[in-house]
Ligand binder design. Structure first.
Ligand code: ADP
Ligand code: MG
Length: 362
């Protein structure tokens, strides 16, 4: 049971500030993911929470207690790193039992805790093996087991899946989610991978250059990004961003891009003739049967650049005027390069950004 709070937290290395005024309230049992490009300050924030890095300014609280000056071992947190080092000469059991032995727990209690963690992580059949006789995913589970046995109030994960191959990463992602459901422990998870963030998180914290850009549920940050960076960082394939001009005419609102004009309903923040960036998610582009649900004025002719079938969906790159656009379409699209295809833009999901400030226009 733990809440974690960051209040105006700053981190400086010498004169360089790498985390600026981070504010965050993490609820008990929440799964929070810090996501952002390499170097944006994710690990530094996690290490400050763990107590492995000093806090230059501001406060970190765990369960309401200020922990700035509390030793890492007294913070009741456990951290799992990307480069976890298991003791090669020790069995899985001994690797997991190590910290408990150091803490001078009794034999029975150590057995109980290790066996319980092994059960959660499905490592029971491997308890007597040495790390060399395990797969990458099993080793990573042992590293997590070492954190679990301590029953901390908070789990801290720093890119724990980055060293695994793609298939294993997907599998371990599911395991982590199940583990969190079973253990009900506050978890702060760092990754540069927005798919991991979207699939694991209760709430996502998006960081750039040491600044929190947005905090929200996966759906919120996908559907209502606060700025251009968040819109581009979340979502794969990435959002299409088109320079556009909006109009408020007597006939109603409209937006023009790629030499075409579409009737839309504009947010209050737009004025007539404003230059904007129009953000269109690849999954807001439709074809065939799905076109009937769209107003006729939202239909376009796209010139196919290349179509790629991905299972039951297809990725289509097409041009419209001088813009190149990516669509994620339902079904298997067989389209030859150069061919013209009838497509529809679902402009109900249109996102608008100020080209100067890059903030969302609402
Ligand atoms: P991330 O985990 O998001 O990739 P980090 O938190 O590791 O980023 O780093 C954030 C910034 O702080 C980077 O610019 C990095 O170079 C810098 N940094 C990290 N650790 C140190 C250090 N010990 N001394 C100086 N600069 C550091
Ligand atoms: Mg890092």
């Amino acid at each position: 049971m733990a809440q974690v709070e960051l209040v105006d937290v700053c981190k400086r290395f010498g004169a360089t500030e790498v985390v600026h005024d981070a504010n965050l309230r993490i609820d008990d049992n929440e799964f929070i993911v810090l996501v952002g490009p390499s170097g944006c300050g994710k690990s530094t924030i996690l290490r400050m929470i763990a107590g492995l890095e000093t806090i230059s300014d501001g406060e970190i609280k765990i369960n309401g207690r200020k922990v700035n000056d509390v030793m890492p071992k007294d913070r009741d947190v456990a951290m799992v790193f990307q480069n976890y080092a298991l003791y090669p000469h020790m069995s899985v059991f001994e690797n997991m039992a190590f910290s408990l032995r150091m803490a001078k727990l009794g034999k029975d209690e150590i057995h109980r805790k290790v066996n319980k963690a092994a059960d959660i992580l499905e490592l029971t059949p491997y308890l007597q093996r040495k790390p060399a006789a395990l797969s990458g995913g099993q080793r990573q589970r042992v590293a997590m087991g070492r954190a679990i046995v301590r029953s901390p109030s908070v789990f801290l994960f720093d890119e724990p899946l980055s060293n695994l191959d793609a298939q294993l990463r997907t599998q371990m992602r599911m395991e982590l989610k199940k583990m969190h459901l079973k253990m009900q422990t506050t978890t702060i998870y760092v990754t540069h991978d927005q798919i991991e963030a979207m699939t694991l998180a209760d709430r996502i914290v998006i960081l750039k250059d040491g600044k929190v850009q947005q905090v929200g549920t996966p759906v919120e940050v996908y559907e209502q990004p606060d700025n251009r960076f968040v819109a581009g960082f979340i979502g794969n394939p990435p959002i299409n961003m088109l320079p556009a001009v909006v109009g408020r005419g007597s006939e109603g609102d409209e937006i023009s891009f790629c030499g075409l004009t579409f009737p839309v309903s504009l947010p209050a923040g737009c004025k007539d003739q404003d230059q904007v960036l129009a953000g269109i998610r690849p999954d807001s582009i439709k074809r065939d049967g799905a076109l009937a649900a769209l107003p006729e004025q939202w239909l376009i002719d796209g010139k196919v650049v290349v179509a790629e079938i991905v299972g039951s969906q297809s990725l289509l790159e097409f041009t419209m005027g001088d813009a190149s656009i990516i669509a994620e379409l339902e079904g298997r699209v067989a389209a030859a390069p150069g061919q013209t295809m009838k497509l529809g833009l679902n402009l109900e999901n249109l996102l608008l950004f100020d080209p100067e400030t890059e903030q969302a226009i609402r």
